[in-house]
Design a protein around this ligand. Structure first.
Ligand code: UFG
Length: 340
């Protein structure tokens, strides 16, 4: 049984990936500093998989602690690195925090991964690296545009750091997965998204409004050059996204990679407008959502959806769930945590 380290493994995407790894028979070790997650997520994972992953509460910026960790886990065969700060607005206000949290920890990780017998590394990247792409759908060859925020920049620089390290060390094999918009929850409703404070992202804001925690959703902008005037995104079910990590890892473990640094878009290939997401919610919850139009949000792009051809044909992965399925699971999870 191969041992896999998942950093940030109690977070939204991390926890769903831990479930899929355990389902595929991997032994999982989680590192998480609990800065944006809760230890109770372990119970959810254990209840779904009937297997408790090893968990170490650890801040990856603590070099000595990380060194100690790798000494006692030198048999790790692969690392999936989620641990990072991810609030776009906060990154604009406090860029150094983001560069320190997201880049220093990535550098330490890569150093330790290089010291392992098997140096397999999966990186959480983002479609944010494309900015407002010139053509849709977005392929992996679309140019990387100047980042809109320090957060986005950490993803671009992170990919560059990995690319350079792979060039210098053929031993290192890495895949960067460029996520589009992850939403939804595990169908069991035992794990899901747990935003701290007022949600910044659309779907948790919608489900919290549906649950009565927020009065009304502000739809940012109704005058975009799209069919209904609202922005278009590619919303991917978090379980589909989690499975992409397992498949990417298996590609590296089985030496199936074409080069030692590869990038893949992880999306559905379908673009949905904000109003379409609202209507999907209304459909699964059989209630109408209280929303109003508000001015555009700074930094938002008009449209982003993935060309998934490379992930489909090269990685052998495709998204299975529809927007309806994803909204249904998000709503079930919201109802569960609010005791509705
Ligand atoms: N939106 C609203 N009202 C809200 C929240 C969002 O109308 O209360 C709209 C946004 O304007 C946007 C769409 O819903 O059109 C999606 O917004 P999200 O905040 O959910 O997602 P983003 O596409 O802005 O963010 C995603 C990732 C980030 C990443 C960013 C880069 O979640 O991690 O893409 O573009 F940085």
């Amino acid at each position: 049984m191969k041992k896999i380290l998942v950093t940030g493994g109690l977070g939204f995407i991390g926890s769903h990936t831990v479930v899929e790894l355990q389902n595929e028979g991997f032994e999982v070790v989680i590192i998480d500093d609990l800065s944006n997650s809760s230890e109770s997520v372990l119970e959810g994972i254990t209840s779904i998989t009937h297997k408790k992953p090893i968990f170490e509460k650890l801040d990856l910026k603590n070099k000595a602690a990380v060194a100690h960790f790798f000494k006692s886990h030198s048999d790790i065969s692969g690392v999936i690195h989620f641990a990072a700060s991810k609030a776009v607005g906060e990154s604009v206000e406090n860029p150094l925090l983001y560069y320190e949290n997201n880049l220093n920890t990535l550098i330490y990780m890569l150093k330790y991964v290089l010291g392992l017998q098997e140096s397999n590394f999966i990186f959480s990247s983002s479609c944010t690296v494309y900015g407002q792409a010139d053509t849709m759908p977005i392929t992996e060859n679309a140019p990387v545009k100047p980042a809109e925020s320090p957060y986005g920049n950490t993803k671009q620089i992170g990919e560059e750091i990995i690319r350079d390290t792979c060039k210098a060390n053929q031993k290192l094999k890495a895949i960067a997965l460029r996520y589009f918009n992850p939403i939804g929850a595990h169908p069991s409703a035992k794990i899901g998204e747990l935003p701290i404070g007022v949600p910044q992202n659309l779907v948790p804001y919608i489900t919290q409004t549906g649950a009565g925690l927020r009065e009304s959703l502000s739809v940012f902008g109704d005058d975009y050059p799209t069919n209904d005037g609202t922005c278009i995104r590619d919303y991917i079910h978090v379980v589909d996204l989690a499975k992409a990590h397992v498949i990417a890892l298996q590609r590296l473990l089985n030496n199936k990679n074409d080069t030692n640094f590869e990038t893949f878009n992880v999306g559905t290939g379908v673009g949905s407008s904000v109003l379409e997401v609202i209507h999907a919610f209304e459909n699964v919850s059989s209630q109408s959502l209280n929303y109003k139009f508000a001015p555009r949000r700074e930094g938002d792009i008009t449209s982003a959806y993935a060309d998934t051809e490379k992930a489909n044909s090269v990685l052998g992965w495709e998204a299975k769930s529809s927007l309806h399925d994803a909204m249904d699971s998000a709503w079930k999870w919201e109802q569960k945590i609010r005791n509705l």
